[in-house]
Design a protein around this ligand. Structure first.
Ligand SMILES: NC(=O)c1ccc[n+]([C@@H]2O[C@H](COP(=O)([O-])OP(=O)(O)OC[C@H]3O[C@@H](n4cnc5c(N)ncnc54)[C@H](OP(=O)(O)O)[C@@H]3O)[C@@H](O)[C@H]2O)c1
Length: 438
């Protein structure tokens, strides 16, 4: 490692929740960091939209750039920190400008990486610059470094996690307080956990961006966020949470990437996890990631997935690495060696299923459903008729029936349910929640 003693001059674009927290943390930790690294880290310029905005930090002493791209290309900085956000626009232009000028980049921007990560990593590699993004997945949890470096000696079988605090908060509140999805979403918005337009979080898209990054780090495949099967938590009801509890499960929105016979599978959906599992214990806005790997067996990291200070912690760790002269391939291996093989299609997913049907109280209904399952060799672990309360089926006079299947293929379940719907015994679209094995 080359020993450098001059200060590392950093330029920060974006002074919102995360940018302001990075400046505060660097201020607070500057002496300790310099001691650890053997080199001072100095913020030398900043950029945001509104120079006059009160941010709770003193930036008046720093040179201000109206244009983040100009800051990224400036000779006054050695490292560019992008904290603007968004998959394109100014964030992309500025990151490209910094890398093109040979500067290393630190970013927390999962949307940008999910869309342009391969191209940006190739550019960083070509220029001999670092592209670091610890904060882009699970905030303060050092999951990127764990996968990229800490587990380099392992073959990873599966990585899965609670990657969106808003969704976990809503599901936790629903389960613990017996509140509806809509009530919990309103509460999350009032507390500032959910955006005014929460689609990105509750629809599973934010989790998918993070999963795309984890998949590449874990399996050495090229990022392909478009290949991820995505379902959000909007259709999870109190009836599902109650049934899950009685059956020994909890429902979590998981991002899962797994090595399967059909290839690497990537999926985001509400998931039944065994109540005894480490991931099931994670409640509220907290994030968690579990890794199944051959040498370590199972590893779970739990911690704050968002918030200024926790996210800044990850950003400062990246800055410290770059200050020390560490240059790791952004995704753990050279871009040219990342495999571009297609991901496994969701129809080939194999696992157990929870199915909740609103069944009209008519003779022959239960037998017809059982027949449709048997026709496709779907084995049922249990079939339970439940109370009507909270299932949404009061108005139709239908009765909730919950089926738990043994492992079968997604396409087989879908075909069986199409046949059940066509038989006309059920009042609403079947609820299907995948069960994740421990
Ligand atoms: N918040 C979290 O907990 C968290 C956690 C993990 C990762 N992240 C990621 O961190 C990044 C920043 O998030 P944040 O929550 O800090 O966002 P934020 O509070 O909305 O801050 C965004 C900042 O970018 C600035 N900005 C917007 N457009 C700009 C432009 N064209 N040129 C220069 N600056 C511009 C804004 O300027 P003004 O202040 O002048 O309007 C603001 O300071 C995002 O990629 C996000 O996904 C956030």
């Amino acid at each position: 490692m080359q020993v450098v003693t001059s200060p590392l001059r950093i330029g920060i674009a974006g002074l919102g929740t995360v940018g302001a927290a990075v400046i505060s943390l660097l201020d607070r930790q500057s002496a300790d960091l310099a001691g650890r690294i053997g080199r001072e880290i100095r913020v030398t310029a900043v950029s945001a939209r509104d120079k006059g905005k009160e941010r709770g930090i003193d930036v008046a002493r720093l040179p201000w750039f109206e244009d983040a791209v100009a800051l990224a290309g400036s000779r006054e900085i050695d490292l560019f920190v992008e904290l603007i956000g968004g998959e394109g626009g100014m964030a992309l232009e500025a990151v490209e400008a910094a890398l093109r000028s040979g500067k290393s980049v630190v970013t927390a921007n999962k949307a940008l990486l999910a869309k342009h990560g391969m191209r940006l990593a190739a550019l960083a590699e070509e220029k001999g610059a670092a592209l670091a993004f610890e904060a882009s997945v699970a905030g303060g949890i050092p999951i990127v470094k764990t996968l990229r470096e800490g587990l380099a000696g392992n073959s990873i079988e599966r990585v899965y996690g609670i990657l969106n605090g808003t969704c976990n908060y809503i599901l936790s509140r629903m389960e613990l307080e017996g509140l509806s999805f809509e009530q919990c979403l309103r509460e999350a918005q009032a507390l500032g956990y959910a955006e005014a337009d929460p689609t990105f979080d509750i629809g599973g898209f934010d989790t998918a961006h993070k999963l795309a990054i984890l998949t590449t780090l874990a399996f050495g495949t090229a990022i392909d966020a478009g290949a991820i099967a995505i379902e959000g938590i909007e259709r999870v009801t109190l009836a599902d949470l109650e049934a899950a509890a009685e059956l020994g499960y909890r429902i979590k929105l998981l991002g899962v990437a797994a090595r399967t016979a059909a290839g690497i599978e990537q999926r985001v959906h509400p998931t039944m996890v065994p109540r005894s599992s480490a991931i099931a214990q994670v409640m509220g806005v907290t994030n968690a990631v579990t890794i199944d790997a051959d040498a370590v067996h199972e590893l779970t990291l739990v911690g704050p997935g968002a918030g200024g200070a926790a996210t800044a912690s990850a950003i400062v760790a990246d800055i410290a690495d770059i200050a020390r002269g560490v240059r790791t391939a952004p995704f753990g291996r050279p871009v040219a060696t990342l495999a571009t093989a297609p991901y496994a299609p969701m129809q080939l997913h194999e696992g157990g299923y929870y199915i909740r049907l609103s069944v009209y109280d008519r003779p022959g209904a239960a037998a017809a459903i059982a027949t449709r399952m048997a026709e496709r060799s779907i084995s049922l672990e249990s079939i339970v008729q439940r109370r009507r309360k909270g299932s949404g089926s009061e108005a139709t006079g239908a009765v909730p029936v919950v089926l738990i299947t043994y492992a079968t293929h997604e396409q087989t379940i879908r075909q069986a349910l199409d046949a059940v719907v066509a038989d006309g015994y059920i009042a609403e679209k079947p609820q299907v929640i995948r069960i994740e094995r421990e």
